[in-house]
Design a protein around this ligand. Structure first.
Ligand code: SAM
Length: 384
């Protein structure tokens, strides 16, 4: 018999299953029980609907070792996400009740239950469906009917498994749980069997449970009084546009990169340079300045001019040695409008930034007309 190779791997298919649920149901609070190396959490943090992401595992060393995978990346600082996101890791058991896991929209338990002894499975059931009572639960576990397709397998698929169920065993357990805790359940799976295997079911069987009732505030209040038992191993708040500091930065970055583009366009129109002169000028720029220029061009490209309404009164102009770029022109960049909402807010943000030349109406750039029109006093944001 040919060895079975899943592509994508079974592990990835299970995680993709959860990610598809997140795409479909847009949960705000998501927890992964038995999060192991945090690889599912690592992928889930890119789903913008999620505002709270929690991992729980009984293996504290593993969490301590893998927690850095959940630190924000440089890209999260460059392009902060729209909604707030807090990621936390707890050390504790799925058999223990802790208010930290109340009020969740989705809880995943991927290849977890088969690691629990019979008594713990009972406690887990009550903790998850009775106490945590999330809106949705997804549970995956090996389907033992598939095992004959692994000819070298002796016993269970993993040394720590306490059981592996057939489809009937899993479905009976899941149906009992659902009727006991007032949930509905649908069955599915990942890891298609080969055609020659017949009706053996998926390699990993999956149950998706949906709560059939709305939890009362009174009930939740009572549960919140339970004593905390989990230990927090890690917690981080991601940079988000809901945070004034990041929002301001993002608005200024986008608005001033447009101001910079308009200023360069005006200079080119007033004092056209031929290709040779442009090359000479570029050669004079330091490596940093060249990178800044390229990035600024990229941002301008991301905000295509065609989206910005033309208005002759709002054109940038040169007065004496100063270029004026009307702020009203900058609010026409769709992203700037979306982020700061109104012209007054944009004017305030620009005026309050000491590194930007501004008279309250326009962004100002001093031009050194004696010295080949080099710009002096360029706001530092333009170095982005
Ligand atoms: N969900 C992981 C994934 O998709 O990558 C794989 C889970 S791994 C097979 C099982 C995990 O369950 C292990 O990390 C183990 O430490 C954890 N675990 C076992 N018993 C537990 C318990 N009582 N409470 C919390 N986690 C437990």
């Amino acid at each position: 018999m040919k060895p079975i190779i899943f592509n994508p791997s079974l592990h990835q298919q299970r995680h993709q299953f959860v990610i598809s649920l997140v795409d479909t149901y847009q949960p705000k609070k998501v927890a992964d029980l038995g999060c192991n190396r945090c690889s599912l959490l690592q992928r889930l943090r890119f789903n913008e609907c999620i505002e709270e992401l929690v991992g729980l595992d009984i293996n504290e060393n593993l969490l301590a070792c893998k927690k850095n995978r959940l630190q924000p990346l440089i890209i999260h600082y460059i392009e902060p996400i729209k909604n707030p996101l807090t990621v936390s890791l707890y050390h504790g058991s799925v058999t223990e009740k802790d208010p930290a896991l109340l009020g969740f929209d989705l809880i995943s338990c991927i290849e977890l239950i088969e690691h629990l002894e019979k008594d713990d499975l009972e406690k887990f059931k009550d903790t998850l469906f009775g106490y945590m009572a999330p809106l949705r639960v997804v549970i995956s576990t090996p389907n033992s009917e598939f095992n004959f397709l692994f000819p070298n397998l002796v016993g269970f698929r993993h040394a720590d498994h306490k059981f592996e169920w057939t489809r009937e065993e899993f479905q009976n357990w899941a149906t009992d749980v659902s009727s006991c805790y007032n949930y509905s359940v649908e069955f599915s799976g990942v890891g298609e069997p080969p055609a020659y295997a017949g009706d053996v079911g998926f390699c990993s069987q999956i149950g998706l449970f949906t709560r059939n009732y709305v939890e009362s505030d009174e009930e939740l209040m009572k549960k919140r009084e339970y004593k905390s038992v989990y230990k927090t191993v890690f917690r981080v708040d991601y940079p988000s546009l809901k945070d004034e500091k990041y929002l301001r930065n993002e608005v200024l970055k986008k608005a001033l990169s447009e101001a910079n583009r308009l200023k360069r366009q005006l200079l080119q129109r007033l004092f056209p340079k031929d290709e040779e002169e442009e090359e000479e000028e570029a050669a004079k720029l330091t490596e940093n300045e060249q990178t800044s220029q390229r990035l600024s061009d990229t941002f301008s490209y991301l905000e295509p001019e065609s989206q910005i309404e033309e208005d002759k009164d709002l054109e940038p102009f040169l007065e004496g040695n100063t270029i004026h770029v009307p702020i009203e022109r900058l609010i026409r960049v769709p992203k700037v409008k979306e982020l700061c909402g109104s012209l007054d807010v944009l004017k305030t943000m620009i005026s309050e930034d000491n590194s930007v030349g501004c008279d309250g109406i326009s962004v100002l750039y001093d031009v050194d007309l004696e010295n080949d029109y080099d710009i002096i006093g360029t706001p530092y944001h333009l170095s982005l």
